[in-house]
Design a protein around this ligand. Structure first.
Ligand code: ZN
Length: 202
């Protein structure tokens, strides 16, 4: 499956000069919501991800996503795996399980994002789930931004990856685009101004 092509066909792989949530600048931005606006594509991608997870032999009771980014990917994955689905959301900055969702002691939870960059939000969701007594058995995302190492990839794990090394991370592709701190950004040096994705119709 050519994930890059699927993203490009959906206008979800944006080209420009972007300011990412980490503060870094990039020439590319992945807008996964655009890929997932077609439920058939969402089901196709989640089906591939579910296949990887089954082949690995990972036992999953429940998929949990950090809102908002992971919501649709996580729901589609739970649907493909035939398991329960819950999500965490930020309340005054803290990732929290709300809306009457509960987890059981020892329940096996897979954390699912749309894209894993360094895995910060995924780890915040994992911390909340574990604090409630359930077990985080792995991580999943449609794509890996190139900092963490997904199962089956030769791409090395970078020091700023926050995912634990002792649990598997599943993704369909590596999108390893260069990112720059603003002071080292070649596009800034060339005089263009970085835009926050989502702020100008993207
Ligand atoms: Zn820049």
């Amino acid at each position: 499956m050519d994930i890059k092509k699927i993203y490009m066909d959906a206008d979800a792989l944006l080209h420009g000069h972007f300011k990412l949530s980490s503060g870094n600048h990039s020439e590319y931005y992945l807008q996964s919501a655009k890929v997932l606006e077609d439920p058939k594509t969402a089901a196709l991608l989640a089906g591939e991800l579910a296949k990887q997870i089954r082949e690995y032999g990972l036992e999953v009771d429940t998929v949990c996503s950090p809102a908002i980014g992971g919501l649709i990917a996580g729901f589609a994955l739970a649907s493909a795996l035939g398991c329960r689905y819950i999500f965490t959301e930020r309340v005054e900055g803290k990732m929290t399980l709300r809306r009457g969702f509960e987890v059981k002691k020892g329940e096996k939870i897979l954390i699912c994002e749309d894209i894993i960059t360094t895995g910060g939000s995924a780890m915040e969701a994992a911390a909340e789930i574990e604090q409630l007594g359930a077990e985080v058995v792995g991580f999943a995302a449609l794509a890996n931004r190139g900092f963490c190492r997904r199962e089956g990839s030769t791409l090395e794990r970078k020091p700023n990856c926050k995912l634990p090394e002792n649990r598997p991370f599943f993704a369909l592709a590596d999108f390893d685009f260069p990112m720059y701190p603003p002071q080292e950004c070649p596009m800034c040096k060339a005089g263009s101004e970085a835009v926050k994705p989502g702020s100008r119709g993207n």
